[in-house]
Design a protein around this ligand. Structure first.
Ligand SMILES: Nc1ncnc2c1ncn2[C@@H]1O[C@H](COP(=O)(O)OP(=O)(O)OP(=O)(O)O)[C@@H](O)[C@H]1O
Ligand SMILES: [Mg+2]
Length: 278
């Protein structure tokens, strides 16, 4: 039932968005709200995958989504990026409603970078062209402007010498770093990262996590689905534990990992510890 919410029709409806959604921000930090999700329900057929997700993300916050396989982490990210239609609920980006009818989805996606486990670089294009393509085609940058931007970004993430290489000449870690740079080249307001290290050999994980740390210290707002608990503890301003399509508990990592308040969180973390993954 898209449009069931009161404000679903207005993409530019900032008056109806953001703080008017009710419930208060509850962020403590006082920063502007980058993303707000209220009452998000998503089903695949009879399978109710997200069941009333509420989440508020302040600008520059880094939120890690943890939870067992199938708990709905990827689906939540895909809903935020409008890759999935939703049954109910409202999503705001920078105070503007982006869910529901009448929204220019391509415009919204332009402001949200998403990187998946599989890097999906264009194999027939050099690293530089992978990074400059969308900014020239979509943002209207000149080739020279886009190349300069690519140079700065590739340099920042230690990929300067790979500029002219094709993706198959790069390691998995390097390819994933290029994929992140490619998303950044669109100057997104928000980055969604879905298990970006889980296809990598263990020795390549650290370099990708370093890139994400660098992004976080640069103030990028991020929503990160991850099975890397140590990383989540290290980088997140808040960790959300999902089970069966609900956010069971959310807290700063020091609290969530050390003194989880919900029995379901405790059970999940015990399993992680027993499996030697934390
Ligand atoms: N395109 C789809 N069609 C049908 N069902 C889907 C689809 N995508 C996801 N699901 C179902 O939605 C549920 C949540 O899946 P999702 O991929 O969001 O979980 P996840 O938390 O990301 O898991 P993982 O940790 O394994 O990545 C699962 O039951 C899954 O089978
Ligand atoms: Mg997933």
């Amino acid at each position: 039932m898209p449009g069931a919410d009161a404000s679903g029709a207005a993409v530019g409806g900032s008056a109806a968005g953001g703080s008017a959604g009710g419930g208060g921000r509850g962020l403590g930090g006082g920063g502007a709200e980058a993303l707000r999700i209220e009452g998000l329900w998503k089903a695949f057929g009879a399978n109710q995958v997200l069941r009333g997700i509420d989440l508020s993300v302040a600008a520059h916050e880094v939120i890690c989504l943890i939870g067992a396989s199938g708990s709905g982490k990827s689906t939540l990210l895909r809903c935020v990026n409008l890759l999935e239609g939703i049954e109910a609920g409202t999503i705001w980006l920078d105070g503007q409603v982006i869910s529901g009818p009448g929204v220019n989805q391509n415009l919204v996606r332009r402001h949200i970078g998403i990187v998946f486990q599989s890097f999906n670089l264009f194999p027939h294009m050099t690293v530089e062209r992978n990074v400059t393509l969308a900014p020239t085609k979509v943002l209207g940058l000149s080739r020279a402007e886009a190349a300069e931007q690519a140079r700065v970004l590739l340099d920042r993430f230690g990929l300067a010498e790979k500029r002219s290489d094709y993706p198959d000449r790069l390691s998995g870690g390097q390819q994933q770093r290029v994929a992140i740079v490619r998303a950044l080249a669109m100057r997104p307001r928000l980055m969604l990262l879905d298990e970006v290290t889980s296809a990598l050999d263990p020795e390549l994980v650290a370099e990708v996590l370093d890139v994400i740390r660098e992004l976080a210290s640069g103030g990028m707002t991020m929503l990160i689905a991850t099975h890397e608990m140590g990383f989540a503890r290290d980088i997140a301003s808040r960790v959300c534990f999902l089970e069966d399509g609900q956010i069971v508990e959310q807290a700063p990592p020091a609290r969530l990992f050390s003194e989880p308040s919900d029995e379901r969180t405790r059970r999940f973390l015990r399993r992680i510890v027993d499996a030697g993954r934390m």
